[in-house]
Write a protein that binds this ligand. Sequence first.
Ligand code: NAP
Length: 295
Amino acid sequence: MTLSNSYRQITGATAVAGVAGSPVGHSLSPIIHNAWIEAAGIDAVYVPFNPPADRFSHFAEGLRGGAVRGLNVTLPFKEAALGVAHEVGERAERAGAANLLIFNEDGSIVADNVDGLGLLGAIAAQVTGFDPKAGPAVVMGAGGAARGAASALIMAGAPEVRLVNRTLARAEVVAGAVGGNSKAFSLDQAKAAFDGAALVVNATSVGVASDDALSLPLEGIPVTAVMMDMTYTPLITPFLSKARLLGHPIVDGLEMLVRQAEPSFEAFFGRVPPPGVDVRALCIEALKAREKAPA
Ligand code: NAP
């Protein structure tokens, strides 16, 4: 057997980082990080891990041996990731979940949550001049993603965060946990929540449009409000498509994924991602290939 010229040597010196999720096959993080690793010319590799859903803590415990620099953490392990850490940063504490674990040489684990940085970075990348302090932000949903978004917006100085959720009680819990001036609304109260909003983020796991699971009065939202969807399959979701038709500036979830990967890469490898690599285009290519692949 001969190896192609593009084969990258993996040795005992190769730094290892990765993403843990279940399932994890859909994760675009390996594409993003390995493209940056390649372009930076560093001796490292980024691997997807799929630990059994009920054994995440055993899995993470095993990585304290020093073989792995760090992990991104995705569903369903974000809360469990907080539980295995010896040190929890303020962002993860407020979000009630971690999406980044760093394994220190002394065996300790540090938890962080960079989803909020991803959200704010995505808005800055796709909309000129947005200031989180400018007005109330609406976050739809009350799961881990919504909690991360709400806490990041409070920390960035949003004067008010309104959490709109199917289950009002869950929104109330999140509002209480993230602090600041945050309020809970049911779906029936969405019109009031949208009043005067400067930003509306869909952090539910369903689409939001008249022909989808959630039918909400988007027409009442000030047209200057930035509309963002955390979901990126499809890239332009029904929510974003409707928002664009109504004349809003829009921000997609893929940009958030790419932007949260930047501080992760820096935490793993001690340097910022190299410039000039269009990881967003690589992700779009991968998403298109998946659409075409037989189910
Ligand atoms: P989660 O914990 O499962 O929360 C799901 C939320 O959606 C809950 O608030 C739930 O309401 C609501 N929901 C689900 N089905 C609904 C329906 N039929 N009608 C109304 N509301 C419904 O999920 P999560 O971890 O927060 O993630 C949410 C989404 O964000 C996922 O699609 C995830 O992939 C995405 N995300 C993207 C990024 C990124 O980088 N782009 C990062 C993180 C997450 P109830 O409370 O009433 O059940």
